[in-house]
Design a protein around this ligand. Structure first.
Ligand code: PEP
Ligand code: MG
Length: 570
């Protein structure tokens, strides 16, 4: 059987399916088995909970750190509270099944903690909610797959791979990823590429068609998955996998080279990262800096906001790793397809057009200041950190962020803590509004980075994760290309540097256009650094300008893309 979807991350992955099914925690069909039976079920679920949670805590302690693991050991203590357990026992005595007892008592505590105006108490509410759902999953026998501990050679099959799930993924044991939703620039796709895992997304009804243990070949370059293939097909794909590896190995000669075109003109080639740990892979990949650190991933896969110290340590680690090189750190870009449960953000009908990114941060100055302080402090040592604001649409947002930054500086000054007084402040240009007033914005910020993932989404009015309109999502549309050209021109006229950190920066077909317009910096996923350097090295400025002129003379996306395919050797 062959399944087709969106080719989201290159490479061939071969392994066995592990299906991550959504949990149904509805217990309305559970019958009360009597006091003794329900109490035994409750006790056995508590023991299982403790055992699993202790194992998870130990795993996190070794992989992440002591503090993070204490969140989980704290949950064991909470559930171990004799008063809470006796309340659950009372509910069972009163005729409730174990599930209802857990549900009622946990919800009561969660509501109580949530109502207290204290950050620590609110975190407890999140913990109790977590205990509730994990206990219900154990009682109902719908315990979910722990993606941080998968058997080797797993092909992860899920309806959606949420960013928080991907953050905890055990990369070594995952051969490939298959999902039912998500586009090429959805965050699951971006993370799959960062982890260098082959991925095919938006495969219709993949969850129905696969079961655990099925043999799967995922071809992330072609966007297909072959289920339970015969020996011949398997042999064919093992060869393809080897060819892919060899092709990657050939690029290794570019690792220690400068990024120059065929005439020796230099470009900056940076990497996009989502965690401090990824900076290491970026440095190893030959990146000359970090062009985008998506800090929202620091806020995911945990139950509370990272403290100033935690954030400071993460930013400082990247800054030190990249000493002497630029590190552009984007402030919290939550919302859209990046949910952070404990922030309690309201559900929205149109989350990509909603209360997200800079909008959310400026409306929550206390949360935002923690991040700005951490960035200012982390910048003091190497002085290589630049702050970047996401989803800017107006000058007021830059001014608002700058005012908060000044407040933070004054606070740090008064506290006698070292910080980077001259830290540069730039913006992502990723909305049509920002692109159209790029000349005005350029006067009040220190640099631009073009976010083509969102700029394409908003210019084309196409949800970047929606497979049904995937064919309309294209950076080759003349509207998007003109927009990019205008932004680069505005930056040049204002004399500020301009980069691109959207996925388009790594598309070989666009490289001659970006070079011609004068893009200063390309920021791509670590896995695309060497291929981008190789592509740039092929171009003479005259040839690139000619290709650009031809492409910009065409009036449809298909025309532009078709022409560039023929003109650019990929
Ligand atoms: C973009 O929008 O192009 C971008 C780089 O940011 P993100 O993909 O995180 O939205
Ligand atoms: Mg964006």
């Amino acid at each position: 059987m062959i399944l087709r979807g969106i080719a989201a991350s290159d490479g061939i992955g071969i392994g066995k399916a592990v299906c991550v099914r959504e949990q149904n925690l509805d217990y309305s069909a559970v019958k009360y088995g009597g006091k003794e039976v329900e109490k035994d079920r409750l006790q056995s679920a508590i023991s299982q909970f403790n055992e699993k949670t202790a194992a998870m805590a130990e795993h996190i302690r070794t992989q992440v750190g002591q503090k993070e693991s204490e969140i989980l050991t704290g949950q064991i203590m909470m559930l171990g509270d004799p008063f809470m357990q006796s309340q659950m026992g009372d509910a069972i005595e009163a005729g409730q099944c174990a599930e209802a007892a857990v549900d009622q008592i946990c919800t009561m505590y969660a509501d109580m903690f949530a109502g207290v105006d204290d950050e620590l108490m609110r975190q407890r509410a999140t913990d109790v909610q977590d205990i509730r759902s994990r206990m219900l999953a154990i009682l109902l026998g719908v315990d979910s797959v722990d993606v941080s501990r998968l058997p080797a050679g797993s092909v992860l099959v899920a309806r959606d791979l949420t960013p928080s799930m991907t953050v905890g993924l055990d990369k070594e044991h995952v051969a490939a990823i298959l999902t039912e939703v998500g586009g090429r620039t959805s965050h699951s796709a971006i993370l799959a590429r960062a982890l260098e895992l082959p991925a095919v997304l938006s495969v219709p009804r993949v969850m129905e068609q696969l079961k655990d243990g099925d043999g799967v070949i995922v071809d992330g370059s072609e966007g297909i998955a072959l289920i339970n293939p015969d020996q011949r097909t398997l042999a064919e794909y093992l060869n393809k996998q080897e060819a892919f590896r060899q092709q990657k190995a050939l690029l290794a000669v570019y690792r220690d080279r400068e990024t120059v075109d065929a005439e020796g003109n230099r470009y900056a080639l940076y990497a996009n990262i989502g965690s401090a740990a990824e900076a290491e892979a970026a440095a190893a990949s030959g990146a000359e800096g970090i062009g985008l650190f998506r800090t929202e991933f620091l806020f995911m896969d945990r139950t509370s906001v990272p403290t100033e110290t935690e954030q400071y340590e993460a930013y400082l680690a990247v800054s030190r790793m990249m000493a002497g090189k630029e590190v552009i750190i984007r402030t919290l870009d939550v919302g859209g397809d990046k949910a952070v449960d404990y922030l309690g953000m309201a559900r929205e009908d149109n989350p990509f057009l909603g209360h997200r990114a800079i909008r959310y941060c400026l409306d929550n100055p206390n949360l935002y200041k923690v991040q700005l302080r951490a960035l200012l402090r982390a910048g003091a040592e190497e002085k290589n950190i630049k702050i970047m604001l996401p989803l800017v649409t107006s000058l007021e947002e830059i001014r608002g962020a700058r005012a908060l930054l000044e407040t933070c500086k004054a606070e740090l000054e008064a506290e006698g803590l070292p910080y980077h007084k001259e830290i540069p402040l730039g913006i992502m240009v990723e909305t049509p509004a920002a692109a159209l007033i790029a000349d005005l914005l350029a006067r009040e910020c220190d640099f631009f980075s073009i976010g083509t993932n969102d700029l394409t989404q908003y210019t084309m009015a196409v949800d970047r994760g929606n497979a049904q309109v995937e064919n309309l999502y294209t950076t080759f549309h003349p509207a998007v290309l003109r927009s990019i050209r205008n932004v680069i021109t505005a930056a040049k006229e204002a004399g500020i540097p301009v980069g691109m950190c959207g996925e388009a920066a790594a598309d070989p077909k666009l490289i001659p256009l970006l070079m011609t317009w004068g893009l200063d910096e390309f920021s791509v996923s670590a896995s695309a650094v060497l291929s981008t350097r190789a592509q740039i090295s092929r171009w003479h400025s005259g040839q690139a300008a000619q290709v650009t002129q031809e492409a910009m003379g065409l009036s449809t996306a298909a025309g532009v893309e078709g022409y560039l395919k023929s003109a650019v050797q990929c």
